[in-house]
Design a protein around this ligand. Structure first.
Ligand code: DAH
Length: 360
C-alpha cells in the first residue's frame, strides 16, 4: 500500500517552502503533473485487483484533492503577499500639494497683433501675409520707389547675398509691410480690404529702434473709398484699441511714394507724471503713415486705377504696445527675459473687439 502520509507530508512541506510562483509550479508538476509522482501512482491503479483499486483509488483521490487545495491556497497567499509588498513600496501621498503649473504668457507684440486683428476683422478686414525675405520689386519698385529714389537709402535695408555671377538685384529683408499690399492685390484683385501684420527689418538700433520690429499694414480698395473712410476707420480703431470713449486724430500732410495725397496721423494725449493718457491733453504723438494709394501702385498690382481707388496705412505695432501698456524700452521686447515676459505678458484670450472693450 502506498505511504500516503509520507507523500502528503513531503509535498505539504515543499508547498509551504515555495516562496514564489515558479517554485510552486515546480512542486505542482512534481506531484500532479502528467509525470508527477501522484499521477504515476494513480496510473498504476489499473493493474490492481478491483477490491484493492477501490480503497487505494479513494485514498489517492483524497490525497490529490488535498495537495491541490494546498497548492491553491499557497498560490493565493503568494499573490496576496506580492500585492502587499507592492502597496508598501509604491505608496503615494495624495495629500501633498500639486506641483505648480508654470504657464507661459502671451508676448505684448502677439497680444497687440491679436487685438488689432480682432478690431479690424469687425470692420471687414481680413489678414494678408507675405514673405519676410522679399524681392526688391515688391518691397520698392511696385510701391513707386524706383532704384534711384532717395527713399531706398532711407530704409536702411538688409540685403541678401546673390550667388557669384548672378547680376539680378538682391532680395531684401522687407523694410515695411507695404509689399503685402501688392501681393494681396495681385492675388485677390479689387475690391479688397486687408490688414497685414508682421515682422520688418531695418539696420537700426537704439532705445526706440531694433533691427527687427513689427508693423501692420492696412489696405482698402473699392470704387468710391476716400480719405473720409480712412479717417473713420482709424478713429474707430483707436477708440477700440486704446479702450477710450473719445480719441482725436490729426492728419498732417506728408509724403510717401506709394500714396497721393499722403498724411501722417497724430493722436492727442497727455503725459502727467509719466502717465500717458490717450484721447485727452495738449500733446500729439505720431502713430502712423497713410494716404490714398498711388495710381501707379494700383497699376503695378494689376488693379485698374481708372476704376478703383482707396486708402492704405502703416503703423508700428511695437510702438502701439509700448503706448497702450506703458512699456518704456523697446529693446526689452526682444530679449526673452522671463521676468519681463511674466510681468508684461498676457493670459490667453484677453482680446478686445469693437463692442466689448478688453474682456477680462
Ligand atoms: N511703409 C511706411 C513705412 O514703413 C508706412 C506707411 C506709410 C504705409 C503710408 C502705408 C502708407 O501704407 O500709406 O514707413
Amino acid at each position: 500500500m502506498t505511504d500516503i502520509d509520507s507523500i502528503r507530508g513531503k509535498y505539504i512541506v515543499d508547498i509551504a517552502a515555495a516562496n514564489d510562483e515558479a517554485t510552486l509550479e515546480e512542486v505542482r508538476l512534481a506531484a500532479l503533473g502528467k509525470k508527477g509522482e501522484i499521477s504515476l501512482i494513480m496510473r498504476a491503479l489499473g493493474a490492481m485487483d478491483p477490491q484493492e483499486r477501490q480503497t487505494e483509488g479513494a485514498r489517492l483521490n483524497l490525497l490529490k484533492d488535498e495537495i491541490d487545495a494546498a497548492l491553491r491556497a499557497r498560490k493565493a497567499g503568494l499573490a496576496d503577499a506580492a500585492l502587499d509588498a507592492r502597496l508598501k513600496d509604491e505608496w503615494l501621498d495624495v495629500t501633498l500639494p500639486a506641483r505648480p503649473l508654470r504657464r507661459g504668457s502671451i508676448h505684448p507684440v502677439s497680444q497687440v497683433m491679436e487685438e488689432l486683428t480682432a478690431i479690424f476683422a469687425d470692420m471687414g478686414f481680413s489678414v494678408a501675409e507675405g514673405p519676410q525675405v522679399e524681392t526688391d520689386w515688391y518691397n520698392f519698385d511696385a510701391l513707386n520707389i524706383p532704384p534711384e529714389h532717395p527713399a531706398r537709402q532711407e530704409h536702411d535695408t538688409f540685403f541678401m547675398n546673390r550667388a557669384e555671377g548672378d547680376d539680378r538685384p538682391p532680395h531684401v529683408l522687407r523694410t515695411h509691410t507695404s509689399p503685402v499690399q501688392i501681393r494681396a492685390m495681385v492675388d485677390q484683385g479689387a475690391p479688397i480690404r486687408v490688414i497685414a501684420p508682421g515682422r520688418v527689418y531695418r539696420m537700426d538700433m537704439d532705445q526706440t529702434h531694433t533691427p527687427m520690429f513689427h508693423q501692420v499694414e492696412g489696405l482698402a480698395i473699392g470704387r468710391d473709398i476716400s480719405m473720409a473712410n480712412l479717417k473713420w476707420v482709424l478713429e474707430e480703431f483707436c477708440r477700440a484699441f486704446f479702450e477710450v470713449e473719445e480719441v482725436e486724430l490729426r492728419f498732417r500732410a506728408s509724403h510717401f511714394p506709394f500714396t497721393e495725397p499722403s498724411a501722417e496721423v497724430d493722436i492727442r494725449y497727455s503725459n502727467v507724471g509719466g502717465q500717458l493718457k490717450i484721447g485727452q491733453g495738449d500733446k500729439w504723438m505720431e502713430i502712423l503713415g497713410s494716404g490714398m494709394v498711388h495710381p501707379k501702385v494700383l497699376a503695378a498690382a494689376g488693379v485698374d486705377p481708372t476704376e478703383f481707388q482707396g486708402f492704405a496705412f502703416g503703423m508700428g505695432i511695437d510702438r502701439l504696445a509700448m503706448l497702450k501698456y506703458g512699456i518704456p524700452d523697446l529693446r526689452a521686447f526682444f530679449e526673452s527675459d522671463l521676468r519681463w515676459l511674466r510681468h508684461y505678458g498676457f493670459a490667453p484670450l484677453d482680446i478686445p473687439d469693437l463692442a466689448g472693450g478688453l474682456s477680462l
